[in-house]
Design a binder for this molecule. Structure first.
Ligand code: HEC
Length: 138
């Protein structure tokens, strides 16, 4: 009886550790993919450390807009583009972000958003491929 309980507890402990590892690995892989997409595409405007550029490109690093806007809307804006008046960290912007080029896959989108949400001091969610599929349509 005692042996069985010890076995059960050990089995549960290993299962939990295993699941956490898988999640951590998923996040790491997604971050790595996202960093590539970011550096290839988003960096031109939002800059290497997400600091933005002048009055034209808003920052992503510590962006209050990013933090307070629901994730489904951020997915839509990055995929379909965004224009018009916008306030980020107290500064006004009124620009145009073009739709994301079609060559980027749902994995790329999940990765780049996870990267932006979890870099440069940002603390945001991990965006999954399922989130992207569900919310990317206009
Ligand atoms: C060609 C320039 C350009 C590229 C490339 C670009 N953006 Fe933007 N982005 C903008 C502009 C301009 C705005 C503000 C639009 C407005 O004024 O309504 C913006 C706004 C945003 C916002 C909301 C505002 C904020 O600062 O929190 C997010 C989030 C964002 N972009 C993420 C991304 C991500 C992620 C990528 C890469 C997949 C990307 N952008 C690529 C120009 C760009």
């Amino acid at each position: 009886m005692m042996k069985n309980i010890v076995g059960l507890v050990l089995a549960l402990a290993f299962t939990t550790v295993g699941a956490t590892d898988v999640l951590a690995q998923d996040k790491a892989a997604s971050m790595a993919r996202g960093q590539k997409v970011y550096n290839e595409y988003c960096k031109t405007c939002h800059q290497a450390t997400g600091q933005g550029l002048g009055t034209v490109y808003p920052p992503l690093a510590k962006s209050d807009y990013l933090a307070k806007t629901p994730m489904p809307q951020i997915i839509k804006e990055v995929v379909n583009g965004k224009s018009g008046k916008l306030k980020v960290n107290g500064k006004e912007y009124n620009g145009v972000m073009a739709p994301l080029p079609k060559k980027y896959t749902d994995e790329d989108i999940a990765g780049v958003l996870t990267y932006v949400y979890n870099s440069w001091g940002n603390k945001g969610p991990v965006v999954t491929v399922a989130d992207v599929k569900k919310h990317k349509k206009k």
